[in-house]
Design a protein around this ligand. Sequence first.
Ligand code: HEC
Ligand code: HEC
Length: 204
Amino acid sequence: MKSNKIISSLVAASILISGVFAAAAKKPIDENQLGMRSSDLYSEVNAKPDGTNYNKDAAGTSKRIQRAYPDAPPMIPHDISDFGEITKDNNACLGCHMPDVATGVQATPIPQSHFTSFRPNVALDTNGRFVEVGNDKVVKTDLKGALWQGRFNCTQCHAPQHQGKLRVENKFKKDCLDPVGRKYEKKSYLMDHLEIGVKAGNGL
Ligand code: HEC
Ligand code: HEC
């Protein structure tokens, strides 16, 4: 009885599978429909990118974007297209985000982490190679309000965000928490827990 049942279900399954193959064979998928751009895969001529649509609200009128995980660099919510190129000596971002002006214009002040050098102390060893001195400790040199020049290029880490529909949704889920459960969506606490790090959210 049992084996009969198995045989009949195998027969049913193979009929079903061959049916599916038959249907697939009837309707071949055009290779231009395989990619997301729906055009000739062998030519770039008609492959237009979707383009980006950054927020055009001027600084001071935009809405801050929630941070995706603790200590994430906040995304730039306002238009930056008129601020010119950022160079080491000319940086429009500082005009509003330096702590002494930021509160006045309601911009988020640049945090203490950006006024700190984390470069380890190095020395030349006998083979002429640079080696770290300091026992693997986190090195924090307070630059007393001067921006650490490793951070001068703000848009290297802070980026504007595309508004509207995405071809591929971002399914990122954070897997870490603030160590003492503080809310991280609008604020960072990097300097408080630099040495202990963030807490893994999966309980490990
Ligand atoms: C004219 C003043 C001004 C200038 C110049 C400016 N910002 Fe802003 N920025 C603001 C204000 C004000 C906010 C708060 C949101 C708002 O009101 O639009 C803000 C918000 C931000 C935020 C989000 C902070 C958070 O807490 O989420 C980032 C990141 C940022 N700006 C980066 C930059 C960068 C990078 C530049 C240079 C390319 C720049 N800003 C230039 C005024 C300015
Ligand atoms: C090397 C990457 C990097 C660069 C370059 C950088 N930032 Fe950041 N920024 C971060 C990260 C990561 C955070 C969040 C952790 C922290 O507070 O340090 C942050 C946080 C911030 C915040 C939010 C502070 C808060 O209290 O919530 C502001 C404002 C900001 N940066 C502005 C700037 C500006 C303006 C520049 C250019 C002068 C800049 N950043 C350059 C990585 C960077």
